[in-house]
Design a protein around this ligand. Structure first.
Ligand code: DOR
Length: 448
């Protein structure tokens, strides 16, 4: 339902380190007023949020929505619908599509494809290859949210492993460099050892040993070294190991030249979970040990890791049914992104302001996103009402992403997203999409 003005009253607003009871008046898609005592203001619609928490929507800086070319697994419409259900109001989509997004023309096509179809706000990464340095150099900072560099091979054929190309990228990229860090030669050698032992029947429990902590460290330390050498703006994606934490410095995101991301599944699962979930949680980088998971949570709290994303990466269930070595890596996550993060609140591990800082404020700061990521007057009304008392059961029938499954089916999560507003428009309410499609192109400026 579209409302040109909307008043939310009696919410517990989680914003900028505080939780305070208050009201929010929204007009023309933006937050007009925040404060107590707005109850009498005229509005087309009034929502009494008593007992619920109002958060700035999650800005997910890493998703794979599979368009173009892989739309049997997902597309911008289907996956962004799932995203708003999970409290995500903006997303940044990766270039390992078919064809890959490695030219400015392909990038422009993606923005066109998203316009009018995205349930959440959007931005796209340009992808690096071993031979598109000219495209990279010509990229305007407003054309992409960043440059994605697969310094380790993963889904798609986008490995950048030529040392001279990496040097040039780190010297010349006009935008933030976002890296997937895993050392491919070491992974190949590890895999070979397991093949010699098990043949084609390597168990999935070997995944974190093949895609090992050492493979992560070799690659992320290389990226950090290159960034320091060239004073490049580096963002290392989906960290998974305790050992890598030393590469990053604690402190607020503003002013940092090297930042870090962790993903919801690496915070929620550890290697003990392969026995239950098998290939469903096979992803790159691999989910590692319990001590790693603990170190990631601790690094979030001390702002050593700056932001949380999903790395939503849908694959067909029948592909996941293949033996471990053939099953693709990645899992669908956007639909339960915020409820999964809120599990750490229920466990007493992360407080609500920290969750909001990592899923929204810091992402907006890190990518230089204009007028989003905070509950502030004048900002776009990208807001989420969460109910911490009413949980939800993850059910296959409720999945909105195209592949239609979640590894967490049958699990109860202790929170639910009651309402999602994108640019002031209700996109998700009481367990259903409203059908409103209000996503806009993000205005981000992640200059190097
Ligand atoms: O597990 C993953 N899946 N990691 C990636 O880096 C890519 C992603 C995908 O696109 O499937």
């Amino acid at each position: 339902m579209t409302s040109s003005s909307l008043l939310i009253v009696n919410a517990r607003i989680v914003n900028e380190g505080r939780i305070g009871e208050g009201d929010v008046l929204i007009r023309g898609g933006r937050i007009e007023q925040v404060g107590p005592g707005l109850g009498g203001q005229p509005a087309d619609r009034v929502i009494d949020a008593h007992g619920r928490y109002l958060l700035p929507g999650m800005i997910d800086d890493q998703v794979h929505f599979r368009e173009p070319g892989l739309t049997h697994k997902g597309d911008i419409g289907s996956e962004s619908a799932a995203a708003v259900a999970g409290g995500i109001t903006s997303f940044m989509d990766m270039p390992n599509t078919n064809p890959p997004t490695t030219t400015r023309a392909a990038l422009a096509n993606k923005y066109l494809a998203a316009t009018g179809r995205a349930h959440a706000n959007f931005a796209f990464y340009l992808g690096a290859t071993n031979d598109n340095i000219d495209e990279i150099r010509a990229l305007g900072p407003e054309q992409a949210c960043g440059l994605k560099v697969f310094m380790g091979a993963s889904t798609g054929n986008m490995l950048v492993d030529d040392p001279r190309t990496l040097e040039r990228i780190f010297a010349d990229s006009p935008v933030l460099i976002a890296t997937h860090c895993e050392d491919t030669p070491l992974i190949r050698a590890n895999e070979q050892r397991y093949r010699e032992q098990y043949g084609d029947e390597v168990p999935v429990s070997a995944h974190p040993l093949i895609r090992s902590a050492e493979a992560c460290y070799r690659s992320s330390s290389l990226a950090v070294g290159l960034a320091r050498q060239h004073d490049a703006r580096l963002h290392v994606l989906h960290l998974t190991t305790a050992r890598e934490m030393d590469l990053f410095t604690p402190g607020p995101v503003r002013g940092k030249r090297i930042t870090a991301e962790v993903c919801v599944h690496h915070l929620y699962l550890d290697e003990g979970d392969y026995a239950e979930f098998g290939n469903l949680i096979k992803c790159n980088p691999a989910i590692k040990g319990a001590a790693d998971r603990e170190a990631l949570l601790a690094a979030l709290e001390e702002d050593r890791i700056d932001v949380v994303a999903t790395d939503h990466a849908p694959h067909l269930l029948r592909e996941k049914d293949e033996p471990y070595l053939r099953a693709p890596s990645g899992l669908p996550l956007v639909q339960h992104a915020l409820p999964l993060m809120l599990e750490h609140h229920h466990d007493g591990r992360l407080d609500l302001p920290t969750i909001v800082r990592k899923t929204s404020h810091a992402v907006a700061d890190l990518f230089g996103i204009a007028d989003r990521g905070y509950v502030r007057e004048g900002y776009w009304a990208d807001l989420v009402l969460v109910d911490l008392q009413r949980g939800l059961e993850v059910r296959g029938d409720d999945m909105l992403c195209k592949v239609g499954w979640s590894p967490f089916e049958g699990r109860r999560l202790r929170s639910q997203v009651a309402l999602t507003l994108v640019n002031g428009v209700v996109a998700w309410e009481d367990g259903a999409l409203t059908g409103e499609i209000a996503g806009r192109r993000l205005d981000c400026h992640s200059a190097r």
